[in-house]
Design a protein around this ligand. Sequence first.
Ligand SMILES: CC(C)(COP(=O)(O)OP(=O)(O)OC[C@H]1O[C@@H](n2cnc3c(N)ncnc32)[C@H](O)[C@@H]1OP(=O)(O)O)[C@@H](O)C(=O)NCCC(=O)NCCS
Length: 329
Amino acid sequence: MTNGKSRIIPGNDERQTVFVRNAESGDAQAAADLLRRSITELCAADHQNDPATLERWLRNKTPERFLEWLASPENRVFAAIAGPALAGLGILGISGEIRLCYVLPGMNGRGVGTALLRAMEAEAREMKIERISLESSFTAMGFYKRRGWRPAGEPKPGFGVTMRYPLEKILVQLPLDTERLPHVFYRAWRPAEEWTIDVVPAQGHRLEEYGAAQEGYKAVRLIDVAGRLRAELIWRLATGNNVEITELAVLEPADRRRGMGSALLYAGMDSIRSFRKGKQFEPCKVYAFCEAVNGPGRAFYERHGFAMAAQLPGFYRDCDAILYVREFE
Ligand SMILES: CC(C)(COP(=O)(O)OP(=O)(O)OC[C@H]1O[C@@H](n2cnc3c(N)ncnc32)[C@H](O)[C@@H]1OP(=O)(O)O)[C@@H](O)C(=O)NCCC(=O)NCCS
């Protein structure tokens, strides 16, 4: 489970960022708890607190079953993170049906469900699926309809007293060049904006010789819905067991101080965590150099838990460098 150390603050309205990543086996217990609570507490209009209905509906919402869903090649399972905790869960079937979309009680009404739904729609788009479908609860129908979903047939009986409402959506293809984005890990949403963050290999030089080391050389890119690159972070395995952030930039000055850098750093740290899993020499520190005169850059790293480790006189042509280091938690 990732740890949103960066600026992922539930309830911090405008600046809140919801991250959606691929679910992992470590999410199993939290996922089962989330599903059970979400159904019990948020879907009362459906189950009407009828014990037999709830028992049927909750019966397969267990960590074991979650692991089966995760392992199935038929599913893409997504976890929404807001704050340090799992806040939503979604499952997209590979033929384009949304099998599950639930938000943790208390985290509803904060964009988590929207982020999940968009992640699944975007994933389906990348799979070249033109029509996606789902069977909604009564509770969630308004939510889907406000996001462009339309009725697609008569309601059907569900668990116990519940009904399932077939809905569909025709997906508009975006200009994003998805062929070149094989490793989409993160999507981040903020009100009125949608970004995709992906992680791609940064270089392909002499792979037969340096392939293993270059696995630890990634470009983390923040791309808007028009397919434009708006910000990027590059990291590399530097000293065998430490990682260096070699580049970090929000390209247009007008885009700065709006959370893009934080979103990239979050995704970047998570991609480093994934990389280090199971490695013989696990990278244990992340470091970055910053010009001593770069106030925003320094404030940014310090805000995100990097500590100043050294000042290097004359490191750059015009000024000193500050070496920042952050330990892995
Ligand atoms: C440094 C940079 C990547 C930060 O990205 P960003 O998207 O602007 O940063 P965020 O909006 O995510 O800011 C996160 C936090 O960093 C700190 N911060 C960022 N910019 C700051 C600034 N200009 N002044 C003071 N603090 C700042 C703040 O604590 C901020 O949180 P807050 O807005 O809630 O106070 C961006 O300013 C940039 O691209 N600068 C030019 C390239 C560069 O200097 N890269 C770093 C090389 S060392």
